[in-house]
Design a protein around this ligand. Structure first.
Ligand code: FAD
Length: 319
């Protein structure tokens, strides 16, 4: 058993960002000795996506046509099982996404693979694969090994691994599998979430507020400040739970994982569940009146200060 098989994901004709993160993680494992990287894309438009799935280091791209245009969990399960049995990889990487959760646990159970979901770190060493994920409500980071497992399937948390730049595949091999009649569900329609809300995962600059901010008036002022600074407002969970800010703006384990260039945290303590969603930001700046606040352990820049004084100074600078 050798090599890493990446299961790329597409939806509505677009390659999903997680695919390039999976390839980034696979190339890192390959460099550590896990073997060559292959990327598989299952679907009726795989050839189009192969144009982005072959960055340097990827050995081959496998395009598996599917009998229906939209993702179907049982079809994908059958295809992935067939690919694993043919290729016998040591590691299979998929996203910790709604699609993968529909088939990956079933594949792991049927083929008796090692398995871990919501993985935030992975390394290949002398004893094989080591994966990291949160445990006890993300209060601990658990290290998992997979003794006696020849193949391990990991679901990687979106945003936790650095993506590679997409590039055309040198060779894309069409793999015909008998997938007719496998579908057990019927795709009816795609429904978009209500328009008008923000997507904080797309912002390069997040101004994020926590329980240090207490009411709607303060939030409105900080939202204006964010706009003036070219930032998007995001928040920790207590503000969402209190109904002060919409759930789309929540950063963290039960919110969004974000990787902006700049994350400015005002009045956020830095609980593990919050850090799980933002610790991979390029630059973290924390303002907190408590010098012991854990957010300072991940921040490159920090000020032990009252957030409203800092906000007032920023108003003056950007006003
Ligand atoms: P607090 O921990 O209360 O911190 C407020 C901070 O503001 C303090 O550090 C304080 O010193 C500082 N402060 C107060 N006033 C000022 C001031 N005037 N100026 C400067 N600093 C000030 N949390 C999330 O954020 N996202 C999640 O997705 C998430 N998921 C969770 C999932 C589970 C299963 C569980 C159990 C918890 C989850 N939580 C999540 C909650 C998490 O444990 C923390 O309770 C939460 O992150 C704390 O938010 P906070 O930092 O805003 O509030």
């Amino acid at each position: 058993m050798s090599g890493v098989l990446v299961l790329a994901e597409a939806r509505r004709g677009e390659l999903r960002a997680i695919s390039l993160e999976l390839i980034g993680a696979a190339l890192a494992l390959s460099e550590q000795g896990a073997g060559p990287v292959s990327v598989a894309i299952i679907g009726d438009d795989g050839e189009v996506h192969a144009q982005l799935l072959g960055p340097a280091g990827v050995q081959d791209v496998l395009v598996v046509p599917a009998p229906q245009p939209h993702f179907e969990a049982h079809v994908t399960q059958a295809a992935v099982e067939a690919l694993i049995e043919r290729r016998r990889p040591a590691v299979v990487l998929a996203g910790h996404t709604i699609d993968s959760l529909g088939f990956a646990p079933a594949v792991a159970a049927r083929l008796r693979l090692g398995f871990a979901s919501n993985v935030t770190g992975a390394d290949w060493g002398e004893d094989g694969l080591l994966a990291r994920r949160g445990a006890y409500g993300e209060k601990l980071i658990a290290e998992l090994d997979f003794p006696d497992k020849e193949t391990v399937l990991l679901l990687l948390r979106p945003g936790a691994f650095a993506p590679v730049e997409g590039a055309p595949a040198a060779s894309a091999e069409r793999v015909e599998l008998d997938l007719e009649g496998r579908a057990r569900t019927e795709h009816r329609e795609m429904r978009d979430p209500p328009a008008g809300d923000v997507d904080i995962t797309k912002s390069d600059f997040l101004l994020s507020i926590g329980r240090g901010v207490e009411d709607e008036e303060q939030i409105a002022e900080l939202e204006q400040l964010a706009e003036r600074m070219g930032a998007t407002l995001s928040a920790s969970r207590p503000l969402v739970d209190a109904g002060l800010i919409s759930a789309e703006r929540q950063v963290g384990q039960s919110g969004r994982t974000v990787t902006p260039k700049v994350y400015l945290a005002l009045g956020i303590s830095g609980a593990v569940q919050h850090l799980a969603g933002m610790s991979k930001a390029q630059t973290i700046i924390a303002v907190n009146s408590d010098p012991e606040a854990p957010i300072f352990s991940v921040a490159q820049y920090g000020a032990v200060a009252d957030l409203f004084e800092v906000a007032a100074e920023l108003e003056r600078q950007f006003g």
